[in-house]
Design a protein around this ligand. Structure first.
Ligand code: SAM
Length: 270
């Protein structure tokens, strides 16, 4: 078979470092009867060792030529193959079929990683956990705390849904072709529905309000949220109207969204 030429349009940077691969498999720690979905198996760097540990692995890969290559391997019989864009894959249907929470993992194509994570958040109730290799900056945005440069809408929505643990720093040298960015392997585990550290009546309102606040990152809240919240209301909610969006905690953003809902002023906005 001819050598595969990596496609930039599909963010094909294949993992080649056996030490890193071993660590990733240990972190994922797959169990025999779990429902595991790998996004973008590529040349099977993770697929092969995972298949040694379980009987069935669901793979979602957009590049048909890569799926063709997998056919020659003995572990192919363990694969349930979807030639599909991971952004359109029906995770809910899979959950209904398997009747158990699903585990999603992958060395993600960096061009779709944020969209995919946001897409999976919409189905959070069917997900047991997610283990992803991400571009360092994206991982930093996910776990950022208020006051930091990386803190923004993605941090708030991600931390609303998930407990996250940074597992590994991964150098560009561990991939071929060598990417121009550093990477981080991270675990995202959704909070149990009865154990959310934050509360909002409707996450769509939280999403709306964070979008509005961070659209103009340099503006103070009195200005960016002024059309919805008067200065007096912000103060009543214990929020300093002169602060910038990056200085407001997730709890405070939840307070803002709940205020909109409880006072029936959200319908026009979402
Ligand atoms: N898992 C392999 C590894 O670690 O070496 C490959 C990782 S590579 C960074 C990303 C993989 O995702 C490639 O195989 C690529 O073809 C695939 N891919 C890219 N965009 C995709 C999409 N929208 N849906 C599913 N797979 C995609």
């Amino acid at each position: 078979m001819k050598k595969h030429i990596p496609l930039k349009k599909f963010s094909q940077n294949f993992l080649i470092d056996s030490n890193i691969i071993k660590k990733i498999i240990e972190f994922i720690n797959p169990k025999l009867n779990e429902t595991l979905v790998e996004i973008g198996p590529g040349l099977a760097a993770l697929t092969r060792p995972i298949c040694h540990l379980i009987n069935e692995l669901i793979i979602v890969e957009i590049d048909y030529s890569l799926l063709e290559r997998l056919k020659k391997f003995s572990f192919y019989s363990k694969l349930v193959v979807f030639h599909q864009d991971a952004l359109t894959f029906d995770y809910l249907e899979l959950f209904n079929k398997k009747n158990q929470l699903i585990r999603v993992f992958g060395n993600l194509p960096y061009n779709i990683s944020t969209s995919l994570i946001l897409y999976l958040f919409q189905k959070i109730q069917i997900i047991k956990d997610m283990n992803f290799m991400l571009q360092k900056e994206v991982a930093e945005r996910l776990i950022a705390s208020p006051g930091s440069k990386s803190y923004g809408r993605l941090s708030i929505i991600a931390q609303y849904y998930c407990n996250m643990t940074k597992l590994l720093n991964v150098s560009p040298k561990c991939f071929r072709p060598v990417p121009q960015v550093d990477s981080i392997f991270i675990n995202l585990t959704p909070y149990a529905t009865n154990y959310y550290p934050y509360f909002t009546h409707d996450v769509r309102v939280l999403s709306y309000i964070t979008n509005l606040a961070f659209q103009k990152r340099r503006k103070i809240l009195r200005h960016s949220l002024g059309q919805i919240f008067s200065e007096k209301v912000l103060i009543t909610l214990d929020i300093n109207p002169r602060l910038r969006p990056e200085n407001i905690s997730i709890l405070q953003y939840c307070k803002l969204s709940n205020y909109m809902i409880e006072n029936n002023i959200y319908q026009n906005y979402i």
